[in-house]
Design a protein around this ligand. Structure first.
Ligand code: GN1
Ligand code: MG
Length: 363
C-alpha cells in the first residue's frame, strides 16, 4: 500500500487517496482500484507485466493513439458521456507519458469508469450488444492514421502457437510428460489432428486473401463495460490492440461468451458451445462490421469460433508443460484443467460448424 501510494504520487491524479484494493481477475497484469475522497474521480492502477509485454513504450503509444482516435470519433458523432465511453490514461508528471517506470516495473493509471459493470457471462441479449460494440470498435479503428505495433508479435498466429507447443514438448521443462500419463499424449495427438486445419488463417494471409486490421485481441466477456441499464459503455484492457485478423475478436468473445461453463471448468459436462449466444453475437457483430468485412472474412467466422478455444488450449497446454510460467495459476494442475475445458469447448464448437455457416448465410 505504502509503495503503491508512492507510485501514484508520480501521476497527475486528483483528490486524496483513501484506499487501494485489488481489482478484477486478469491473468497477466496486476490491477488495483484507487478510491479518492469527495468529487475527485477514482482510478485504476495497473502494473504492466513487462515479461509478457516487453515493449511498454510501444504498448502505451498504441493505447494513446487508439483512445485518442475513438474519442475523436465519439465527439464527431456528438455522443454524450464520452468519459465513460473511452478510457482516459493519466500522464506521469516528469515525462508526460502514460506510464511510469520504477525499479524495473511499469505502472499506469486510468480513470475508473463510474457506475459501470462487467460480467463473466452474458445472455443472448447482452451478447448481441457486445457483438455490435466489438464490430463498432473495429469499424472506428479502421481509419486510424497511426501505425500500431504488435505488442506481442504474432500473438494470434496459430502456426507459431503450435511451434511453441512443440518446443514445450521437446524441452519438457516441468518434467510433466513421459510419466505414463496417457492423457497428455492424447491431448497432443488431438491437437496434432486438427493443427493443420486450424492454421487456415495464416495460409489465407500468405496468399494475400486475408488482411490484418486493428483488432482488440482480448475480447473476453469481462473486457467490456456495461452501464447499469445494460447499454455497452466501452471496451477495456487495450494492451493487445494491434493488427490481427478479425477472427481474433469474433472468436475470442465466443470462446468466453458462448461457453456454458467456465474457462477452467473442472466439470466438462458444464462446457458446451451455446448456439443462442453465437447467433446473437454474430447478428450484432455483422450489423456493425458488415460494412468492411470481405466475403472470405465473413465465411470464415465459424472457423474463428472453433479456432480460439483450440488456440487457447494449445497455449494453456504449452504453459502447463513449461511449468506455468505465463498464466497466473491458482493450483498446480490449473493449466491442465484449463486445457481440457478449452478442448471440450473446441469439439463442441466444431460440432456446430454447419449450423453456424447456415445462420450467417441466413442473415
Ligand atoms: C490473458 O489477462 P487476461 O486475462 O485479460 C491473455 C489472453 C488469453 C486470456 C485467457 C496478453 O488475458 O490472450 O486469452 O488470458 N492475454 C495475454 O483467459 O496473453
Ligand atoms: Mg482482461
Amino acid at each position: 500500500m505504502e509503495n503503491l501510494n508512492c507510485i501514484l504520487s508520480n501521476f497527475t491524479v486528483k483528490g486524496k487517496i483513501t484506499s487501494i484494493t485489488p481489482l478484477g481477475n486478469g491473468l497477466i497484469n496486476d490491477t488495483y482500484k484507487v478510491e479518492t475522497e469527495g468529487d475527485a474521480p477514482d482510478y485504476v492502477l495497473q502494473r504492466i507485466n513487462n515479461a509478457i509485454f516487453t515493449d511498454v513504450d510501444m504498448l502505451q503509444h498504441n493505447i494513446d493513439c487508439v483512445t485518442a482516435h475513438i474519442r475523436k470519433k465519439l465527439e464527431a458523432k456528438g455522443e454524450n458521456d464520452i468519459d465513460r465511453k473511452v478510457l482516459t490514461f493519466i500522464p506521469e508528471k516528469n515525462t508526460g507519458k502514460t506510464y511510469f517506470l520504477h525499479e524495473g516495473k511499469y505502472w499506469r493509471v486510468s480513470v475508473f469508469i463510474p457506475e459501470a459493470q462487467t460480467f463473466e457471462t452474458v445472455n443472448p441479449e447482452y451478447s448481441y450488444y457486445a457483438g455490435k460494440a466489438f464490430g463498432n470498435f473495429e469499424a472506428m479503428l479502421s481509419d486510424i492514421p497511426d501505425t500500431l505495433g504488435e505488442t506481442i508479435p504474432d500473438f494470434h498466429n496459430m502456426e507459431l502457437r503450435l511451434n511453441q507447443l512443440l518446443e514445450a514438448v521437446h524441452n519438457n521443462k516441468a518434467g510433466r510428460l513421459g510419466k505414463g500419463n496417457v492423457e497428455l499424449d492424447e491431448i497432443l495427438s488431438d491437437i496434432d489432428f486438427y493443427g493443420e486445419d486450424m492454421c487456415k488463417a495464416e495460409k489465407l494471409h500468405r496468399e494475400g486473401k486475408l488482411p490484418k486490421r486493428i483488432c482488440h485481441c482480448d475480447t473476453k466477456v469481462n473486457n467490456m463495460m456495461f452501464d447499469k441499464n445494460g447499454d455497452v459503455l466501452c471496451v477495456i484492457d487495450l494492451d493487445t490492440v494491434m493488427p490481427s485478423y478479425v477472427f481474433s475478436d469474433f472468436g475470442d468473445f465466443l470462446r468466453t461468451g458462448a461457453n456454458t461453463g467456465e474457462e477452467d471448468d473442472p466439470n466438462l459436462d458444464n462446457v458446451n458451445f451455446d448456439m443462442e449466444i453465437f447467433k446473437a453475437f454474430t447478428k450484432g457483430y455483422l450489423e456493425s462490421a458488415n460494412c468492411f468485412l470481405t466475403p472470405i472474412e465473413k465465411n470464415n467466422l465459424p472457423y474463428a469460433a472453433c479456432l480460439f478455444p483450440f488456440m487457447q488450449a494449445v497455449r494453456f497446454f504449452a504453459d502447463y508443460l513449461n511449468g506455468d510460467t505465463y498464466y497466473k495459476i491458482k493450483y498446480p494442475e490449473h493449466n491442465l484443467v484449463r486445457t481440457r475445458a478449452q478442448m471440450k469447448l473446441f469439439h463442441s464448437a466444431m460440432s456446430h460448424l454447419d449450423e453456424m455457416q447456415q445462420y450467417i448465410e441466413s442473415l
